[in-house]
Design a protein around this ligand. Structure first.
Ligand SMILES: Cc1cc2nc3c(=O)[nH]c(=O)nc-3n(C[C@H](O)[C@H](O)[C@H](O)COP(=O)(O)OP(=O)(O)OC[C@H]3O[C@@H](n4cnc5c(N)ncnc54)[C@H](O)[C@@H]3O)c2cc1C
Length: 449
């Protein structure tokens, strides 16, 4: 019988896990979070006021059974016609904090919040979560909601060779935009959504120098556009692999690429689950960069600002691969090979920001908790090394292939099983499902959805 669940990480996934356990009248919960402010996580805690959600408010409710919850919350606070709006991420953080505060006020001693860094979880009939200062939280089950792993160093770059002033390995660190002059050039490595965040933050701080963003293909996220009604797919496409790509292209011709990508959304997890390892590997190798920039789009106001910065020459996006970095008193000389070129080129920059995105391979992580669990065989990477191996019920799979009955995982680290498990609309459903399971509510009636 599970009476007490310890949840490691209080970002969106962990916070909603605790709230959903309480909503289902399930076990008592302890949320363990290393950051000073629980309830925000990386996306909504480290945001700058210039950062807005990349999903319309209508799709950002925290609850799958109350899809207009966030819109109602916004409208009650004076945002008219909020459904189609792309609101600041800090506002979404306030929403999550209020939900957590309300849950805490109602829960009494059924919800505990512990500030601390979990470094191990021992499973032995029950679970014990060990913190780095020696404290221990004993529970009947534990949920890993630790978010993404930090990025790898970019190709050709050894962080130890560059001074901390020049190289920022963590794009969310407050010092990323500090101490720059208008004659400086910032190199952003990576051209996805994290690059967009860093560019907007530099721009909002008044940085008037040049920004160069580089990635192998130089692909940047596309913009959202107002959706036109269309006849959506009624069921999962029968095709997979190359046939699926052809059928999506044909649908894009007929209904526009945004609709062709969006109509796959209800089926993406099932398509991923049925794909063989070869298909998954081919997708990751060849299609992923294109999928990412079409699927994870920019709010129109963000896309407009980025276009203006590119048009004025302040932002340049380069397709190429970095090869080496040499620092002297003027800055860092970066050697890189432009895509398709035989010869390398160089550029002098005064700051480098790593926006290559999260690493997935937990065998290469230096995060103490996951490293310790992996070394002991309590967790293992999924076959594509995107994160943790889990069952569709969220149970972690051990190195010997057995599924744990007491250790669960949520959020982006479960990408290997679900692929489409990064944004709020997918994670809110996952936290709901796992909470129902841990509350034994999944046996009762329907899903209530
Ligand atoms: C910059 C950014 C912007 C995004 N914007 C959107 C958006 O607009 N719309 C959308 O739908 N989705 C968005 N997402 C995606 C999605 O909302 C996030 O991926 C989601 O919030 C993931 O939450 P999480 O709780 O799983 O992870 P995180 O938010 O990373 O939270 C994990 C938490 O665990 C804590 N933690 C980790 N390890 C330990 C440990 N050992 N001990 C204690 N605490 C630990 C961390 O401190 C952190 O607070 C965005 C993601 C990012 C990164």
């Amino acid at each position: 019988m599970i009476r007490h669940v310890a949840i490691v990480g209080a970002g969106f996934s962990g916070t909603l896990q605790a709230i959903n356990l309480l909503r289902h009248g399930g076990p008592r919960a302890t949320l363990i979070e290393r950051a000073a402010r629980p309830g925000l996580g990386l996306a909504y805690g480290a945001a700058h006021p210039s950062h807005v959600l990349n999903v319309r408010a209508a799709n950002m409710s925290a609850f799958p059974d109350a899809p207009d919850h966030f819109v109602r919350w916004l409208e009650a606070r004076g945002t008219p016609d909020a459904a189609g709006a792309f609101v600041p991420r800090l506002t979404y953080g306030t929403y999550l904090r209020e939900l957590l505060d309300a849950a805490r006020a109602q829960a009494g001693d059924r919800l505990d919040i512990v500030q601390g860094d979990a470094v191990d979880i021992v499973e032995d009939g029950a679970v014990a979560v060990r913190l780095d200062d020696g404290r221990e939280v004993a529970a009947d089950a534990a949920v890993l909601a630790v978010g993404n792993l930090p990025p790898h160093a970019p190709p050709g770059l050894d962080p130890d060779d560059l001074s901390p002033e020049r190289y920022k390995g963590d794009p969310w660190e407050p010092s990323v935009g500090e101490g720059l002059g208008d004659a400086d050039t910032v190199l952003v490595i990576g051209t996805g959504l994290t690059m967009v965040d860093v560019v907007l933050m530099l721009d909002a701080r008044g940085f008037a120098g040049r920004i160069v963003a580089i990635s192998r293909r130089g692909l940047a996220p596309h913009r959202h556009a107002a959706a036109q009604p269309w006849d959506k797919l009624a069921e999962k496409p029968a095709a997979s692999g190359a046939k699926l790509v052809r059928s999506v292209r044909a649908r894009a011709e007929a209904i526009g690429w945004r609709n062709a990508v969006d109509e796959l959304r209800p089926f993406t997890q099932a398509l991923w689950a049925q794909a063989g390892q070869d298909d998954r590997a081919r997708f990751l190798r060849h299609l992923r960069p294109w999928w990412d920039v079409h699927r994870h789009r920019l709010a129109p106001q963000v896309a407009d600002r980025l276009a203006a910065l590119r048009a004025s020459g302040r932002l340049t996006i380069v397709a190429g691969k970095t090869l080496g970095f040499t620092e002297d008193e003027d800055g860092v000389t970066v050697r890189y090979r432009p895509r398709g070129a035989d010869a390398a080129d160089t550029m002098l920059v005064q700051r480098i920001v790593n926006c290559t995105g999260p690493q997935g391979d937990l065998l290469r992580t230096s995060e103490p908790l996951l490293r310790t669990l992996a070394q002991r065989g309590a967790i293992r990477p999924d076959p594509e090394h995107l994160g943790l191996d889990v069952t569709t019920a969220g149970q972690v799979v051990r190195a010997d292939g057995s599924a744990s009955e007491r250790l669960f995982a949520l959020g982006p680290m479960t990408r290997g099983a679900f692929w489409e498990i990064v944004a709020v609309p997918d994670i809110r459903r996952q936290t709901w499902d796992v909470a129902r399971r841990l509350s034994n509510a999944h046996w009762v009636g329907g899903e209530g959805l």
